[in-house]
Design a protein around this ligand. Sequence first.
Ligand SMILES: [Zn+2]
Length: 112
Amino acid sequence: MPSPPAPDVAPDVAGLAAELDKTRYALPGTLSRRFMRCGKANCRCKADPPALHGPYFHWTRTIAGKTVSRTLSADQAARYQPWFDNARQFRERLSDLETRSLHAFDEAERPD
Ligand SMILES: [Zn+2]
């Protein structure tokens, strides 16, 4: 039986767990910043070059399989941006950890 691949992965797990422990907030979904055109015919957003409306901040996430969007004010977007950043960073690190763990699994469990 091959030795477990844990030594390669364990320090990352400990670091991630320590950071999770320190992080108080993480919001799911994505916060996007958009400029838009309106429906008025003679508006500045139809000029050349166009002066679009916004920015508008949309928080989009999936709840029970459905995409749900909520508009945030500029103040709210600024206030909660770090919470979105926290969640995104943890997702990226978890994804890296999963990829490395899959490689470790494949190495350890390779048929002879
Ligand atoms: Zn307009």
